[in-house]
Design a protein around this ligand. Structure first.
Ligand code: GRF
Length: 219
């Protein structure tokens, strides 16, 4: 073939799979998980949940996953001799499905050093407050007790602290005069689901770069 000969077109499948594999970690009802599953009904959504892992066999989100035909795994601390062994077991369960991103969506445990040694940089968490205000397990209660007028939600990369990793996206929610923890959390969760879906899509499409603590999706 001479240099000027036209090159044959490269063979191409009819649809090119360009989706990032997601593992979602849950402990609860799984409404954030359900939002991701709903989003991936759209063929253009750039990520797919391939497995859901819970620390609790009774987590409602496991049923959400099963109903959608997604593989589920339970990794219970009680089945391991200590925290480090559980952490390693969780890391193995995640590695087994080879995800591009690990999404903590209402996962109420701290990921330990063993887990992060294997998966750091690709773990994101959604938190129901505007970090760095109100980290921890009682963010909505703490924000309400503090008397803030505006709170919200944060999607961030997970590092070895409690809700301290670089922030990817935040959205504000007004606190209403009559709010209690349940009503406020419910309104935050509506906003949080959309923010999580949008952020996961952006990460899957563009990746993320870090400049110190400052995360830039696509940068
Ligand atoms: C979310 O608000 C999450 O940020 C918090 O717990 C809630 C989980 O909700 N840690 P769900 O299980 O996704 O419905």
């Amino acid at each position: 073939m001479s240099h000027d000969d036209p090159q044959p077109p490269a063979p191409r499948p009819a649809t090119v799979p360009r989706t990032a594999r997601l593992v979602v970690l849950i402990s609860g009802a799984g409404s954030n998980l359900a939002a991701l599953l709903a989003a991936q009904q759209d063929a253009d959504f750039p990520a797919r949940v391939v497995a859901v892992i819970s620390d609790k066999p009774e987590a409602g989100g496991l049923e959400v996953a099963r109903a959608a035909g997604i593989a589920t795994v339970v990794v219970r601390p009680a089945d391991f001799p200590d925290r480090a062994a559980w952490d390693a077991g969780l890391a193995r369960a995640v590695s087994a499905v080879d995800p591009a991103w690990v999404v903590c969506a209402g996962f109420m445990r701290i990921l330990g050093p063993g887990f992060l040694a294997e998966h750091a940089g690709r773990v994101v968490n959604t938190h129901p407050a505007l970090l760095p205000s109100f980290p921890g397990a009682h963010a909505v209660r703490d924000a309400l007790a503090h008397g803030v007028r505006v709170t919200g939600c944060t999607v961030h990369l997970v590092d070895d602290g409690v809700d301290t990793g670089p922030i990817l996206a935040q959205r504000a929610v007004d606190v209403l005069p009559d709010d209690d923890e349940a009503t406020l959390h419910e309104r935050i969760k509506v906003v949080e689901r959309t923010l999580l879906v949008e952020t996961v899509a952006a990460l899957a499409r563009h990746g993320v770069g870090l400049d110190g603590r400052r995360a830039r999706i696509g940068g």
